[in-house]
Write a protein that binds this ligand. Structure first.
Ligand SMILES: Nc1nc2c(c(=O)[nH]1)N[C@H]1C(S)=C(S)[C@@H](COP(=O)(O)O)O[C@H]1N2
Ligand SMILES: [Mo]
Length: 300
């Protein structure tokens, strides 16, 4: 498992949380575990400890349930997430309406830890459970001409009170270039801390693209379409000047209404100093190559 670990965190950075450790024990097996557990908290210099489950589930953006940070926790409880299927179509060999249970069959839902950072200049460290989007794309077979992947969130007004307001055009839409989508850091997450995905975080399955601003990480996905044209995204559609298609974390490009140079860590307390935001959220070694030769001030 260690060899497949792709984030900037080590297990030794992890704040022990009972349920999470149980899951680790389950997956990693007793002996290897014991060693990990013995490591002190924050042993590594500059270690970034994951946020608590409480923090991760009570400060969210999920506009289908309202635009306040606490709305998703308050109003997403009524979302039905079983059964769940994803319609996969466009330029794929095996289009179809795939039951989530079938998608997950035979996949090792590995433990990973990714930082998720949001455009509002706040950040969290979330230990996601998931699998690579590439696994699913390989399963359905991407046709040679495909260049982009488009995603759509469930649109179910009777369970999503926030959709009464035209905050963004519903359903929420996002997209990635195919090489971004195939990158091993791009995951479909189905849980946090070894527990099923909480509704407010995008149950039962959501995207996590850790080097991009949070809004790229679309929740409760029901549709995935392979296409040869750059797909419209919800944020880009309403405000192209503020939200580009790429949305890479880039401290050198200010949002028109705020700086993106620093961030506040959720859970750090009111007086914790802002920290400098890193290019690509610290994943530059892994992903900068995807944008070689592109002017990232133009393609923001
Ligand atoms: N369907 C949908 N997905 C969404 C959003 C949303 O409003 N609707 N908000 C995005 C934004 S702006 C952020 S910052 C992240 C927040 O993810 P989190 O609540 O799990 O931290 O989800 C993204 N995915
Ligand atoms: Mo966001």
């Amino acid at each position: 498992m260690a060899g497949r670990f792709k984030s900037d965190l080590k297990w030794s950075d992890v704040t022990p949380e009972a349920a999470f450790l149980d899951r680790r024990a389950l997956l990693a097996g007793g002996a290897a575990m014991a060693a990990g557990l013995a490591l002190p908290r924050g042993a590594r210099a500059g270690a970034l400890e994951p946020n608590t489950l409480e923090e991760i589930t009570s400060y969210n953006n999920y506009y289908e349930f309202g635009t306040g940070k606490t709305d998703p926790k308050a109003y997403a409880g009524g979302l039905t997430t079983k059964p769940w299927s994803i319609e996969v179509g466009g330029m794929v060999e095996k289009p179809g309406n795939y039951d989530l249970a079938d998608i997950l069959k035979g996949k090792s839902i590995e433990e990973r830890i990714y930082r998720l950072r949001c455009v509002e200049a706040w950040s969290m460290v979330v230990p996601w459970n998931g699998f690579e989007l590439k696994d699913l794309l390989d399963q359905v077979g991407v046709q040679p001409g495909a260049k982009y992947v488009a995603f759509e969130t469930l649109y179910r007004p009777e369970e999503m009170p926030g959709t009464r307001y035209p905050v963004v055009p519903w359903p929420y839409r996002e997209g990635l270039r195919l090489d971004e989508a195939m990158h091993p850091l791009t995951i479909l997450a189905t849980g946090i801390y070894g527990k099923p995905m909480p509704n407010q975080n995008g149950a039962p399955i959501r995207l996590v693209v850790p080097w991009k601003y949070g809004f790229k990480s679309i929740k409760s996905i029901v549709k995935i379409t392979l296409t040869d044209k750059q797909p419209p995204t919800s944020w880009n559609t309403i405000q192209a000047r503020e939200y580009g298609f790429y949305s890479n974390v880039n401290p050198n490009v200010d949002h028109p209404r705020w700086s993106q140079a620093t961030e506040r860590r959720i859970g750090g307390g009111l007086f914790s100093p802002r920290i400098e935001t890193q290019m690509f959220n610290g994943y530059g070694d892994e992903v900068a190559g995807l944008y070689a030769g592109m002017d990232l001030k133009k393609y923001y």
